[in-house]
Design a protein around this ligand. Structure first.
Ligand SMILES: Cc1cc2nc3c(=O)[nH]c(=O)nc-3n(C[C@H](O)[C@H](O)[C@H](O)COP(=O)(O)OP(=O)(O)OC[C@H]3O[C@@H](n4cnc5c(N)ncnc54)[C@H](O)[C@@H]3O)c2cc1C
Length: 459
């Protein structure tokens, strides 16, 4: 058995001075610690180094360099592909590093790598500030940013990675580096949207936008028998509304809201959502087109605290995602979306259309490695379920929906919405696209021996 498989040598090398928790296969917390958000992922690392500080991360990287196990890096543990955890290797687990330091005068925040979207929103909203994040509070800020970060404020403020000012990173040689516009700018460029295989990012510094604490949101559900008409109208509304609105449409089953007619619960609907990036008093006219696409089944739009505009944690789920980027949403694409959703008659599986453009498109391509700025839409095939008996049928639906939608897409795939090992083979071309050659060169310069090669290959 190689040294890395039983973890003994790694554990003994790491123990002296390590301030965090060393979790081997005999540790009572091992099964919990190796679990990620997606319950389909079942990997058995040799050792988990749960770091409590920057010095712990340096120790873990130096031990890895001496023993050369596969190395994975865990922040929020949300990546559907489970790339936070490797088999028979070392997991550098950052989930306990949860510091957030907001500077309201400079409008910046320094965020340790284990912080979640919900925690960051809470700390920044204390000053009416925010980093545009994802839609669910327990997603890790680190993984979200390193893969891009497409959220409900994207057209107004850009991607999460567009707000990255600098990162602190431990590279393969065990050195701590700060990467910003004036030093190691290549690492910052790569971290903005293609942040795999560079090293271990221990903290991230963000520019903050001013919004909140109250925001206007749209949440409307339209009947399935009007779905084609509603989606065509939604596409027109995307053009009509200002960049302070980032419309989303979801083909899904009706949530069991008490306000919704009981007979509508769990039946197919078209959901339309948005968050207004401005004062609620000015939101009505901008949001109206999204609320008037047809006669809704339910309209629960209103004014909420910004922190409540993201969904709370749903607990560990079985989950799968795949995605496409689209340059346009044609009538044919809409019909294919409807056909595919109609093939799924249960709950838990959905097709989500997110809007790009606005600030995402205006940021020059050479400022970040994120390669999909020209796309107009991201299309996310998304499923979350609890019953293991549904695994085969749901995975088949997801994969066949993605394949059916492929002719309508531009060939790009989003790193953060990568399911299981599906994207591993296309990760270089479809995910990194034109950024791939420069990214390869940066990885080689900072990790010539390939210490983080396992992480670099993962979706
Ligand atoms: C319920 C749910 C909702 C989501 N909503 C959105 C959304 O609205 N918008 C969106 O864009 N994405 C969304 N995502 C996708 C999410 O952004 C990605 O899964 C992201 O990778 C999660 O980051 P994490 O830190 O939680 O994940 P992890 O699984 O911990 O990390 C993912 C990978 O990123 C790398 N990584 C993470 N941290 C570091 C670090 N500090 N240093 C170096 N490498 C690191 C590692 O390779 C790791 O394997 C969602 C995912 C889920 C499950």
């Amino acid at each position: 058995m190689p040294a890395s498989e039983d973890g003994f040598e790694l554990r003994e090398a790491l123990k002296p001075g390590f301030g965090g928790t060393v979790i081997d296969r005999w540790h009572p917390g091992y099964d919990h610690a190796r679990g990620v958000w997606n319950a389909l992922v079942d990997r058995r690392p040799a050792l988990i180094a749960r770091c409590s500080s920057l010095a712990d991360v340096v120790d873990a990287v130096r031990v890895a360099a001496a023993h050369r196990p596969p190395v994975s890096i865990r922040a929020g543990g949300h990546q559907i592909a489970g790339s936070a955890v490797c088999d028979d290797g070392l997991v550098i687990d950052l989930s306990a590093m949860r510091g957030v330091d907001v500077d309201p005068v400079r409008r910046t925040a320094r965020v340790q790598a284990g912080v979640t979207v919900g925690q960051l929103d809470r700390e920044t909203q204390a000053f009416g500030l925010l980093v545009p994040g994802g839609d669910v509070t327990d997603t890790g800020v680190a993984g979200l940013s390193l893969g891009g970060g497409i959220g409900m404020l994207a057209r107004a403020y850009g991607l999460t990675c567009d707000h990255l000012r600098s990162i602190e990173i431990v590279t393969a040689d065990g050195q701590v580096r700060t990467a910003g516009p004036d030093e190691h700018a290549d690492l910052l460029w790569a971290a903005r949207g293609c942040g795999r295989g560079l090293g271990v990012v221990t903290s991230l510094e963000f520019d903050l936008a001013a919004l909140g604490p109250m925001v206007s949101v749209v949440e409307v559900y339209y009947p399935w028998d009007r779905a084609e008409f509603v989606l065509q109208g939604w596409r027109d509304a995307v053009e009509a509304v200002p960049d302070t609105v980032t419309p989303m449409a979801v083909l899904r089953s009706m949530p069991r809201y008490p306000q919704a007619p009981v007979e509508s619960h769990d039946t197919p609907v078209v959901g339309v959502g948005a968050v207004y990036a401005g004062p609620p008093a000015e939101a009505q006219a901008a949001l109206a087109p999204l609320r008037q696409l047809d006669t809704p089944v339910l309209d629960v739009s209103g004014v909420v605290r910004y922190e409540q505009s993201a969904s709370p944690p749903a607990g560990v789920m079985r989950a799968f995602m795949k995605s496409h980027f689209l340059d346009e949403l044609t009538d044919d694409a809409i019909r294919t979306l409807l056909d595919q959703q109609a093939r799924w008659t249960g709950t838990g599986a959905e097709l989500v259309i997110r809007t790009l453009g606005g600030a995402v498109r205006h940021i020059p391509q050479d400022q970040s490695a994120f390669p999909h700025r020209a796309a107009r839409f991201n299309l996310n095939v998304n499923a979350m379920w609890r019953d293991a008996g549904l695994d085969d049928v749901i995975l088949t639906w997801c994969r066949s929906s993605w394949t059916a939608l492929r002719p309508h897409a531009n060939g790009g795939v989003y790193l953060n919405f990568s399911g299981l090992a599906d994207e591993a083979e296309i990760v270089r071309e479809a995910v990194y696209g034109p950024s791939a050659p420069r990214l390869d060169a940066i990885r080689t310069a900072h990790d010539p021996e390939g210490l983080f090669a396992w992480a670099a290959r993962q979706p």
